[in-house]
Design a protein around this ligand. Structure first.
Ligand code: SF4
Length: 332
């Protein structure tokens, strides 16, 4: 009897696949907007982290029209803590585009999907499969790991991308692209994990070249990303009324549009500020940031920001780094 790997995987998924708030089993999702929001949130973020954010977001913006009518600040408020704020900006931009250009319906061909702001090759392929059952090849870190182990590809990951794609394309079930895409994600998240893969529970153990192998954790071979260390100063500027100074970041980049306390990577911005002895650190993708917290009392500050009461800071969306500064310095 011929073994069809996709069938083994789909059978396993039908019984063991995760129930997630943005998922349906047995075909494409009937609501592409739900798939869209989840795909944007899941970029560089774990399922566990995303679930509460997704639920709050969908309660506030249940349709693409609701989202398209929101302001950027509102969207940031529901996004703050998830990081990578360019995604939130793209999410809003695309929702407005879907309303204006596509009359409220997401496009259904891969070329137009891939052209939507915020979608990269992976998320476009995943959206197309999950929302429309299009037979795309969805390749992320999970799929890379599984393909390398299934076919014992031991060369460094960066050198074998085309081989991985070729194997992944052969395995996919074109009739059941949505379920297949979800199933292989779950296999990577639940069974073929980076450490201690559960080969005895794997639907592919009989055909996998690394099943139960002693060196399975060493595959795939990756080079470690180098994190740059950055240290600087952040200023809690308070006036006599106890209000603190914040500004909306206008500089282009990851944190554009978010509110922040004044900070600098180099030197001093305010010579009269006192070192509080407190500091915060935060890891961005390739940067480890450490900020010393400085305090100073000034009634006016000649900048583009505003003074606000500490208890009103919730209205102003901030990055995780700035919320750490707020908690540490103001205990709020
Ligand atoms: S048998 Fe083991 S190594 Fe192979 S795909 Fe399954 S979990 Fe991964």
């Amino acid at each position: 009897m011929t073994v069809i790997p996709a069938k083994l995987l789909l059978n396993w998924y039908a019984c063991n696949g995760r129930d997630l708030p943005w998922r349906v089993k047995g075909g494409a999702h009937p609501n592409p907007y739900i798939v869209f929001v989840s795909e944007m949130m899941l970029q560089q973020t774990t399922v566990k982290t995303v679930i509460p954010y997704f639920e709050r977001f969908m309660a506030r913006f249940p349709t693409v029209k609701d989202l398209a009518q929101a302001t950027e600040d509102e969207v940031f408020q529901y996004w703050q803590g998830l990081g990578y704020y360019t995604r939130a900006r793209s999410l809003l931009y695309t929702a407005r585009k879907v309303i204006e250009k596509y009359n409220g319906y997401f496009p259904q061909n891969i070329k137009e999907i891939a052209a939507l702001k915020g979608f990269g090759p992976y998320s476009a392929a995943s959206f197309a499969a999950l929302a429309y059952n299009l037979p795309t090849t969805v390749i992320d870190g999970n799929v890379q790991r599984i393909m390398c182990r299934m076919y014992r590809l031991t060369a460094p990951l960066e050198q074998i991308q085309s081989q991985i794609r070729a194997y992944a394309e052969v395995l996919i079930d074109k009739q059941n692209a949505a379920d297949y895409a979800s199933a292989i994600m779950d296999l990577g998240a639940m069974i073929c994990t980076p450490k201690k893969p559960q080969c005895p529970l794997c639907p592919w153990q009989k055909i996998c070249l690394c099943a139960n192998a002693a060196d399975v954790e060493q595959i795939p071979q990756k080079s470690k990303p180098v994190k740059r260390e950055v240290s600087g100063k952040v200023y809690i500027i308070a006036n006599k009324k106890g209000e603190v100074y914040i500004r909306k970041r206008i500089e282009k980049g990851l944190l554009h549009g978010l509110y922040e306390f004044l900070w600098t990577e180099q030197g001093d911005l305010i010579k009269s500020a006192t070192d509080s002895g407190l500091s915060v650190s935060h890891i961005f993708t390739h940067i480890k940031m450490m900020l010393e917290i400085m305090t100073v009392q000034i009634d006016t500050y000649d900048g583009d920001g505003i003074f606000v009461k500490p208890e009103e800071l919730d209205i102003y969306p901030m990055s995780t780094l700035m919320r750490k500064v707020r908690m540490k310095a103001l205990k709020k």
